[in-house]
Design a protein around this ligand. Sequence first.
Ligand SMILES: [Fe+2]
Length: 183
Amino acid sequence: MAMTADDVVQRCRAALGEHTPVLAVRDVLDDLVSDPGELERAVGPVGEGGITAVYRAEELTILRVAWTPGMAINPHEHRMWAVIGMYGGQEDNAFYRRVPGGLEPAGGREVQSGEVLVLGDDVVHSVANSRREFAVALHVYGGDFFSAERSEWTFGTFEERPRDVEATMRLFDEANARWRAEQ
Ligand SMILES: [Fe+2]
C-alpha cells in the first residue's frame, strides 16, 4: 500500500515517545528520504518554492519546505530541535555563533538529497539554494514552529530582530517570481 502523509505524521509522532525523540525522528527521516519518489507521492509534488504544513501541534511541527533556486534565507534560530530530511536538490546551511552585538560565522554544511541534518535547540543558521533546481526537504521540529518566539538576523550586519514570518513569505514570493521569469 502506498505511503500517505498521515503515515509520515504517525511515524514522527511515534518517535516522540522514544527515549531521545530527536534521534528517533532522525532515524525516521533517514528511512523516508531513502525513497524520495515515495515521499514525494505521500506529501505531494512541488510546483513552486514555499512552506507547506504537513502537521502542526504543540509538541511537533512537520513542514515540507521547497527552496526556490537562487534563494537565501537570512540567519535565524528555532528555539527547538529540528531535523531536516532532504529528498531533492541541496540545502547550503551556514552556521553562526552568538557574539555581543550580533553573530559570527561558524562553519556550514551542504545537505544533499538522501541526507539528514539534526539541529539543536540553540542553533542559528541561514539556508541557501545555490542550484538550479528546487531544494526539497521535510523539516520536523520539536514544538510548535509557528508560535514560538524567536530571533532572526540581517545578512551582513547581523542585527538581531524578532522573527518576521511575513518577510520570509515575501522572500519566497520574490524568488518564485524571479525563477518563473528565468524559465
Ligand atoms: Fe531554519
